[in-house]
Design a protein around this ligand. Structure first.
Ligand SMILES: NC(=O)c1ccc[n+]([C@@H]2O[C@H](COP(=O)([O-])OP(=O)(O)OC[C@H]3O[C@@H](n4cnc5c(N)ncnc54)[C@H](O)[C@@H]3O)[C@@H](O)[C@H]2O)c1
Length: 393
C-alpha cells in the first residue's frame, strides 16, 4: 500500500484531535493509502518533543519551513491560529504538498482569495487542499444532507443556526489569542460562526447572499495571559489588554435558493458548552441537529398521514448511516473526535483517487466572504451583499 506522509504544524487542541484522526484512520477504514505521522512542528523544543511522544509522531521540529522542505512529507496539516494559515499553506502548496488547513481558512478575505487561487493552481499538479470544517463529517449532519438532497423536506424555507459557548463569560478570563483580531481575525464569528455558515451552506446546497448583522463585545478589557493556548491560560500579573474581536455575532440572512435564515454565534451563552444547533424547515418537513446529542437527528415528515405526523428521533448509529459501518455494532454512539477521522478519511480517498476534496479552499473562501459581509453589515447597520468574486478584482 502507498503511504501518505504527514507533517503537522501545531500540536495543542486541534493538533491533538488531528493526531487522533491520523492515528486511527487506517485502523477504522480500508483506504488506498496508509497515513504516516512523520513529523510534528511546534515552537518550543521541549514541548514539541513531549507532544510528539504523546501524540505518536515519529519526529519533531521547531521550524515549519523545514517541515515543508522535507522530501518525506507529502501533506502539511495546519493546526495553528489563523494568523499563520496563509503563510504556511501557501508555502506548502508552492512546495507541491497537499494541505489540510484548519478553519476559518484565513484571517482576511484577501488571504483566503490568495489561498484559494493557489489551491486551484496546485490542482493541475495533482496537489489537493481541504479546509477543516469537521462538523460536515458528523454522521447525523451527513444524514441531514442526504435527506435534504433526497427532497424529504421539500423546498427549504427556514435555516436556523446557533453555535453557543460560554468559556469567556468570566470577565477575569485572560486575553488568549482567540480574543485578539491580529491572531484570530474575528471572535465568535470566525471561530464558531464559521462552522454554522459552512454547515448550513453544505446541507442546504444554498449560499448566503446577503446579511443584516450585529456584533457585540461585552468585556472590552481582560487580564493578560501566561502562554498562548487558545481556550485556557493563566493570568499574567495585573496587566490587562484590549479585546479586539466580537464576543457575539448575530445575523439574518437570505440564501440564493430562496430560504431565509438566522445565525447566532456567541461565547456568552452561560451554560452552553458546545451548543451547535441547526434546524431546517422545508415545505414537506423539518430536520434538526444538536451537537450535544450528536448521534441523533430529528426528522419531521410532513408527507405522512396527519395522524402519524410527529418528530422522529433517528439514532444515527446504524451501519447504513454515513461513515458508521467503520465503527461499532448498531446502537453504539461515536464522539467529537470521529468527525476528524472521517475528515482525513475523505481527504485520503480524494488524494488517492485524484479528486478534489470538499470543503475546498474555494468553499472556505465562500465562508470567509460571508464573515466579511457580517462584519461590514454590523459596522454599517444595514443589509449587506456577500461578495461573489472568488478572485481579487
Ligand atoms: N474544527 C474545529 O472544531 C476546531 C476547533 C478548535 C480550533 N479550530 C481551529 O484550529 C486552529 C488552531 O486552534 P487550536 O484550538 O488548536 O489552538 P491552540 O492554541 O490549542 O493550538 C495552537 C497551536 O499552534 C502552535 N503554533 C502557533 N504558532 C505557531 C508557529 N508559528 N509555528 C508552529 N506552531 C505554532 C501552538 O504552539 C499550538 O501548538 C485555529 O484555526 C482554530 O480556529 C478548529
Amino acid at each position: 500500500m502507498g503511504q501518505l506522509r504527514v507533517g503537522m504544524v501545531g500540536y495543542a487542541f486541534m493538533g491533538a484531535a488531528h493526531s487522533q484522526a491520523w492515528r486511527t484512520v487506517n485502523h477504522a477504514f480500508d483506504l488506498p493509502l496508509s497515513a504516516q505521522m512523520t513529523v510534528v512542528c511546534g515552537r518550543n523544543p521541549d514541548s514539541v518533543a513531549a507532544a510528539a511522544a504523546k501524540l505518536g509522531w515519529s519526529e519533531h521540529t521547531t521550524e515549519w519551513r523545514s517541515l515543508i522542505d522535507r522530501d518525506d512529507v507529502d501533506l502539511v496539516d495546519v493546526c495553528t491560529p489563523g494568523d499563520t494559515h496563509a503563510e504556511i499553506a501557501l508555502a506548502a502548496l508552492a512546495a507541491g504538498k497537499h494541505v489540510l488547513c484548519e478553519k476559518p481558512l484565513a484571517n482576511t478575505v484577501a488571504e483566503a482569495r490568495e489561498m484559494a487561487a493557489a489551491a486551484v493552481k496546485a490542482q493541475t499538479n495533482g496537489v489537493r487542499a481541504m479546509c477543516g470544517f469537521n462538523y460536515r463529517r458528523v454522521p447525523a449532519v451527513a444524514l441531514m444532507k442526504q435527506l435534504i438532497d433526497a427532497g424529504k423536506i421539500g423546498t427549504i424555507r427556514h435555516v436556523r443556526a446557533l453555535y453557543l459557548q460560554d468559556w469567556i463569560v468570566d470577565p477575569e478570563f485572560p486575553l488568549v489569542w482567540r480574543l485578539r483580531k491580529d491572531m484570530a481575525g474575528s471572535g465568535a464569528l470566525g471561530d464558531i460562526g464559521a462552522h454554522i455558515v459552512d454547515l448550513t451552506q453544505f446541507v442546504t446546497g444554498q449560499s448566503i447572499r446577503s446579511v443584516s448583522a450585529l456584533t457585540e463585545t461585552f468585556v472590552k478589557e481582560r487580564p493578560m495571559p501566561t502562554g498562548s493556548a487558545g481556550l485556557s491560560a493563566g493570568r499574567d500579573g495585573a496587566a490587562t489588554g484590549k479585546v479586539t474581536v466580537d464576543d457575539a455575532a448575530l445575523f439574518l440572512a437570505r440564501l440564493d435558493g430562496g430560504a431565509v435564515a438566522t445565525y447566532e454565534a456567541t461565547r456568552f451563552a452561560t451554560g452552553r458548552k458546545n451548543g451547535l444547533r441547526v434546524e431546517i424547515n422545508g415545505s414537506l418537513g423539518t430536520v434538526a441537529f444538536d451537537f450535544e446529542r450528536m448521534n441523533e437527528l430529528e426528522f419531521y415528515d410532513g408527507s405522512l398521514p396527519v395522524t402519524e405526523q410527529g418528530f422522529t428521533r433517528i439514532l444515527v448509529t446504524e451501519p447504513e448511516h454515513p461513515y458508521m459501518s467503520a465503527w461499532w455494532p448498531a446502537g453504539h454512539p461515536i464522539g467529537f473526535e470521529h468527525s476528524f477521522t472521517h475528515e482525513v478519511r475523505d481527504l485520503i480517498e480524494a488524494i488517492a483517487t485524484g479528486q478534489n476534496p470538499a470543503p475546498s479552499f474555494t468553499d472556505a473562501l465562500r465562508v470567509q466572504l460571508v464573515l466579511d459581509a457580517v462584519e461590514r453589515s454590523a459596522a454599517s447597520g444595514s443589509w449587506t451583499e456577500v461578495e461573489t468574486a472568488l478572485i481579487a478584482a
